[in-house]
Design a protein around this ligand. Sequence first.
Ligand SMILES: Cc1cc2nc3c(=O)[nH]c(=O)nc-3n(C[C@H](O)[C@H](O)[C@H](O)COP(=O)(O)O)c2cc1C
Length: 218
Amino acid sequence: MNGRRDDHVRERRVQYETAGLERTDLDASPVQQWHLWYDAAVEADLPEPNAMVLSTMGTDGVPDSRVVLARGVDEHGITFFGNYTSAKGRELDGVGAASLVFPWLALHRQVRVRGRVERLSNAQSDEYFASRPPESRIGAWASPQSEPITDRAELERRVAEIAARFTGDVPRPDFWGGWRLVPQSWEFWQGRPSRLHDRFVYSGGASSGEWTISRLAP
Ligand SMILES: Cc1cc2nc3c(=O)[nH]c(=O)nc-3n(C[C@H](O)[C@H](O)[C@H](O)COP(=O)(O)O)c2cc1C
């Protein structure tokens, strides 16, 4: 059984027949280019098109990755939210830099972004927190994200305590909020047949405002 499973993983090959990507197809702005591809991912009905893999450097020197949801992509950067005391929180605040991957696999596309990371202002985090459903706001209070807990019942007990504490509005806990990754490079990858993929990297624009676009070997 295991042998068959391993064979399946090793032998699986999909030919990427999607239309190619030319330098002339690309918008001068990587943010605009990201939005074109995001719109295509939405149009294609991909699940969670704003999901991205966030990689940080672990405090033990081993990289760490997990999926989070992008909540904004504009000229200032890419924003996302979570618990400031979680593993990712410690790693983001400690190193001040991270990388992201948007894996739009059904379209044979990925976008990789690298850059420094800063926390959003309290006002920006408050604004987003207030837009979340009440249960998610209570969940943010109740979950000591990335800490060991005894069992599911402990979590449910904490949810009940918090729900009883806040009968009206649920304010943002100060240990929960947003970050912004300020891109220093963006790579757009389009799968092509025979592994001769198209890759374009935007760089330099963070400091000059003018992005240089280079084609990379696949
Ligand atoms: C589709 C999906 C979306 C997620 N979105 C978020 C998110 O926006 N923020 C977040 O803190 N965790 C999110 N998570 C959970 C994270 O992957 C992770 O389990 C959590 O942030 C704890 O990671 P850490 O211990 O490295 O801090 C998401 C997971 C999945 C699978």
